[in-house]
Design a protein around this ligand. Structure first.
Ligand code: AQP
Length: 410
């Protein structure tokens, strides 16, 4: 597979190392000392020596609910690619698992033919941003690895309904107030078991591979805390098998909708003008940025609470604009000061140029990958990833089944 690291991305790699992998290496010692089973290398290979270096295992997922947008890219996918670059450069042998979490997607209604299409599109998108099985990333559909749902069931048998009831995600998907205690009957009827128990499946996704690190957006922190709780409960009840994962939050902020900047940019929001897709053309990107809702004030300032629209543009410029010589980025506050007193069109032009440059080549690679070998290439890549992921998950499940009393020692 050809190299997909564009010249613009290269200076960012060093920065990603500092921002993301520092916490991983700092935490590694702790993982080694607290868990006798966190070594993913030994999950599917015989142990040769106790002193063998423990490998980190990174797991993250994305729902196939549409082509990823700039928020998914800056909040997750770009970090995944940087982790891959770092693992490749350091030769650490850390294991990287990235899943298209299709079982999570069906917690809200999906049309079967569209979901089939979107799963493939998401695979093509992940490859187009530079994830590459030949560089150490295992990419697979969650539904191709039945061990995820098997572990989910086992964890469900000890997961507390009270804890799940306090989770915010199902409430926001049903438009129920976060603080609501007395949820009415209509909301309860609309609340499907799958949506309510979504965090248990998310916990299983991570725990079944004994992931040590999970890069997620801020909004997923609560679910990761729950996953840690599931692991600890299981280990206390049965045997010390599961690894409470560390959360690695991405340095990128939430990217907001371009038409309703108090809402996050989202794949499933009906208004297409609210988002920039990673496959948008340069013209589309420019149109979306020029049409972005700001406010009626003349000055350009960074004030996320009072002025979410202009602040979102300054964040995008900070994230997508060129990195400084030392690899750091100019802060949105600093950019706000620089653009204050200048015209709106100056800021919007600068943001559009930066986003176009950041996504350069992604669209072309996406279409090429989607159609390679008449569409079969994507299936082949997924099949290989799924096989590797099944091996990783089965190694854990053998231990789990035995600990619970469901399987024989092997
Ligand atoms: N607007 C955002 N800004 C920064 N990060 C974001 N993420 C999502 N939206 C933003 C991060 O993308 C990763 C994958 O997300 P997901 O597809 O699994 O679920 P989501 O958070 O529900 O994303 P969407 O785009 O809003 O999808 P729909 O519309 O289907 O619900 C996560 O790490 C997330 O934090």
């Amino acid at each position: 597979m050809r190299s997909t690291i564009c010249a613009r991305c290269r200076p960012l790699i060093g920065q990603a190392r500092r921002q993301i992998l520092r916490p991983i290496s700092q935490q590694q010692k702790r993982c080694e000392s607290t868990s006798s089973t966190s070594d993913a290398t030994t999950n599917d290979q015989p142990k040769t020596t106790e002193k063998k270096k423990k490998r980190n295992v990174v797991f993250s997922g994305i729902q196939p609910t549409g082509i990823p947008h700039l928020g998914n890219y800056l909040g997750a996918l770009r970090q995944w690619k940087k982790l891959q670059d770092d693992v490749e450069a350091s030769g650490s042998g850390d294991k990287l698992l990235f899943s298209v979490v299709d079982l999570h997607a069906i917690t809200v209604p999906q049309e079967a033919s569209i979901l089939r299409l979107r799963r493939r599109e998401m695979m093509a998108a992940l490859l187009a941003i530079g994830l590459d099985p030949e560089k150490g990333s295992t990419i697979f559909f969650q539904s191709s690895v039945p061990q995820h749902t098997e572990l989910m069931w086992i964890l469900s048998c000890t997961a507390s309904m009270g804890y799940l009831g306090r989770m915010t995600q199902w409430k926001s998907k049903l438009a129920v107030q976060n603080h609501a205690t007395d949820i009415d009957e209509i909301a309860m009827t609309n609340l499907k078991l799958g949506l309510f128990s979504y965090p248990v499946l998310q916990a299983a996704d991570v725990l079944v591979h004994r992931a040590t690190h999970v890069p997620v957006g801020e909004d997923q922190r609560q679910h990761l805390e729950f996953a840690r709780e599931c692991a600890t409960n299981f280990n206390h009840t049965f045997s010390n098998i599961l690894v409470p994962p560390e959360t690695v939050t991405t340095p990128s902020p939430r990217v907001m909708s371009l038409v309703q900047p108090t809402q996050k940019m989202s794949k499933s929001t009906p208004n297409h003008r609210s988002r920039i897709l990673i496959t948008s053309t340069s013209n589309e990107i420019r149109q979306r940025i020029y049409g972005a809702v700001t406010d009626s004030e003349d000055a350009i300032t960074y004030e996320p609470t009072r002025r979410p629209g202009v602040s979102n543009l300054l964040e995008l410029l900070s994230q997508c604009g060129p990195a400084l010589a030392d690899g750091t980025r100019r802060s949105p506050e600093e950019l706000g000061n620089e653009f204050n007193g200048r015209m709106w069109k100056d800021l919007k032009n600068a943001v559009a140029d930066a986003v176009v440059a950041e996504l350069e080549g992604v669209r072309e690679r996406y279409h090429e990958f989607l159609n390679r070998k008449g569409g079969k290439w994507i299936d082949e890549i997924e099949a290989e990833g799924a096989e590797a992921a099944r091996r990783s998950a089965e190694a854990t499940m053998k231990l789990v089944r035995y600990a619970v009393g469901l399987g024989r020692k092997s």
